[in-house]
Design a protein around this ligand. Structure first.
Ligand SMILES: [Zn+2]
Length: 429
């Protein structure tokens, strides 16, 4: 902490008031103390106020001590002797000190290692990311490693009876070669003469221009490592044998279905989203009665807003239409959990959305309502409308439902289930 002190001190700036700062040693003008430019004054502890005269700068004294260009700069600084010295923290936009900004200054940043960077992504389940992290650090306990630590074990590959090392399981084994070759051919990649796992992944990742995190080109080798490891463990601990083409057992698909509202109640499904770096936001909403019959559906292009604003706007416009249709009992369903929490917990929200939230609350005050979350997969109709919103200029009313939307509404009305499988549901540990 003390070692960091001298580093952070360099980012503190002072604003002169009564001039109680050291003229040569404090950071009261520019980005460095004056002593750096005038080292002959290093022993002087004179205060800034010594250069004041009747509320102004004493130009004669300044000229005696400094060069003309520095004097010119100082003369631009207004003197306010009614104020005391005020400290400013340079790294933040409001001048206030934050430990986070201080940490950013003192921390030692290593350059990003793309291999390790690529393993943390929403497309990769966390358990797999941790496995890969251990793999690339060579921390996976295969038999040769265990033997080197004194464990007496049979150390043979389950597939070919060769000595089992991590490199063998992941690369040298004929089974591994078969898997790598299959995918390498697919991506037109040629990886030869590799001597370590790190070299394999490095060669694969940089074999084409597609080095963006989360891209299929990046994900494939990572999943190959994972499934080779799963295959080895299944063979070793479950006696399932090792096969290059075994399909992983998948969990049961999750079932999402749309529920009809109660008799006399209406259901409003809304969805909003934003694209192109918040340059285009759109929303969709539809109201159905207890039989699942559509009362209205709208799509709307909101313009340049972020996703949260789009969700709130979709809800707000939907509520206005409900009030117009004299809806008194309403069940609101949306997939934006954050909005539901805001409504449930009475959040004030940020300044950016404060008026929008207030308008929504005003609408809700005249309706008997409940609001709940629905997975995007169950909110298909509103999701579809929201996506269509980008294609329209402003508000677009659907008087007749057709195409895909008609199909979705039919499924919802008849309580037919939609089945979805999320890769994030896969668990292997
Ligand atoms: Zn083998």
């Amino acid at each position: 902490m003390l070692a960091s002190c001298s580093v952070t001190e360099q980012h503190i700036r002072g604003r002169i008031g009564r001039g109680e700062l050291f003229f040569w040693h404090d950071y009261w003008m520019g980005d460095e103390p004056l002593v750096n430019r005038f080292p002959s004054f290093a022993s002087s502890m004179i205060l800034v106020s010594n250069f004041y005269q009747n509320g102004s700068w004493h130009i004669g004294k300044l000229n005696d001590a400094l060069l003309e260009d520095v004097v010119t700069e100082i003369m631009k600084i207004p003197i306010d002797e009614s104020r005391i010295y005020e400290a400013y923290w340079a790294p933040t936009s409001d001048g206030k000190f934050t430990t986070k900004s201080a940490w950013e200054i003192v921390r030692q940043r290593h350059s990003i290692n793309f291999v390790f960077y690529s393993i943390w992504h929403r497309s990769i389940p966390l358990s797999i990311s941790f496995f890969l992290w251990r793999l690339f650090q060579d921390w996976i306990p295969v038999d040769l490693r265990l033997k080197s630590k004194g464990f007496q074990l049979v150390f043979k590959c389950q597939h070919c009876n060769s000595k089992e090392s991590l490199f063998h399981v992941m690369w040298e084994c004929p089974l591994a070669s078969q898997v790598w070759n299959y995918f390498a051919k697919f991506f037109q990649i040629y990886i030869i003469h590799r001597k370590s796992i790190y070299q394999i992944i490095w060669a694969w990742l940089f074999s084409s221009d597609y080095t963006k995190k989360g891209h299929i080109h990046i994900l494939i080798p990572l999943f190959i490592f994972w499934f080779l490891w799963v295959e080895r463990n299944d063979a070793k601990h479950r006696n399932l044998g090792m096969y290059p083409n075994r399909k992983p057992s998948l969990p049961k698909p999750k079932v999402f279905s749309w529920q009809k509202p109660l008799t006399g109640e209406f259901k409003l499904n809304v969805d909003g989203g934003s694209k192109y770096d918040c340059q285009s936001a759109a929303g969709g909403r539809l109201l159905r009665d207890h039989t699942g019959t559509l009362i209205f559906s709208f799509v709307e292009n909101f313009g340049p807003y972020n996703s949260l604003q789009a969700e709130l706007m979709a809800l707000y416009r939907g509520l206005l239409l409900c009030i117009e249709h004299n809806v008194r009992r309403l069940w609101i369903e949306m997939d934006a959990k954050v909005v539901i929490q805001m409504i449930h917990r009475g959040h004030k929200g940020s300044a950016q959305i404060r008026y929008l939230l207030a308008s929504i609350r005003k609408c809700l005050s005249v309706i008997s309502f409940r609001i709940s979350h629905i997975h995007r997969e169950g909110n298909q109709a509103a999701d579809l409308l929201s996506n269509q919103g980008y294609m329209h200029q402003n508000l677009h009313v659907f008087s007749q439902v057709k195409g895909q939307l008609k199909g979705i509404l039919g499924l919802d009305k008849n309580n037919l289930r939609s089945e979805f499988l999320s890769f994030h549901e896969l668990e292997y540990f």
